[in-house]
Ligand binder design. Structure first.
Ligand SMILES: *[C@@H]1O[C@H](CO)[C@@H](O)[C@H](O)[C@H]1NC(C)=O
Length: 112
């Protein structure tokens, strides 16, 4: 009889521990870093206008619109710019380094 009582006591204790203890998954969720913490945007905004400062570029000193800025630091030419004019290869986009572009005002109506 004593053995049965002991076993019962252990069972109750075990159940209590299961119910009262915070689940491990809950603890893990709290300890995990917050996902999708927004890092500040590097470079000009998408859709903004920039002037090209690279002298050897076909589009030197012309204005183009930012398509995207790759946010990975290891990308050499992260700023993708789209132009109204195509170069001799019939291409109208090019990648630039952050320091090869400067923010420019958007063209006025009818202006390029
Ligand atoms: C036109 O632009 C593209 C992208 O920058 C470049 O790869 C290509 O060499 C250019 N073509 C000429 C003729 O400059």
């Amino acid at each position: 009889m004593a053995r049965v009582t002991r076993a019962l006591a252990l069972l109750v204790l075990g159940l209590f521990a299961l119910l009262a203890a915070p689940s491990f998954t809950a603890l893990r969720a709290e300890a995990a870093p917050k996902k999708k913490e927004k890092a500040p945007w590097v470079g000009p905004k998408k859709g903004s206008w920039v002037k090209i400062l690279r002298p050897e570029s076909y589009w030197y000193q012309t204005r183009g619109q930012v398509v995207n800025v790759n946010q990975k630091a290891e990308v050499k030419y992260p700023v993708t710019v789209k132009f109204d004019r195509v170069n001799f290869s019939n291409v109208n986009t090019n990648g630039f380094a952050l320091w090869e572009v400067i923010e420019a005002p958007a063209p006025g109506p009818g202006e390029v």
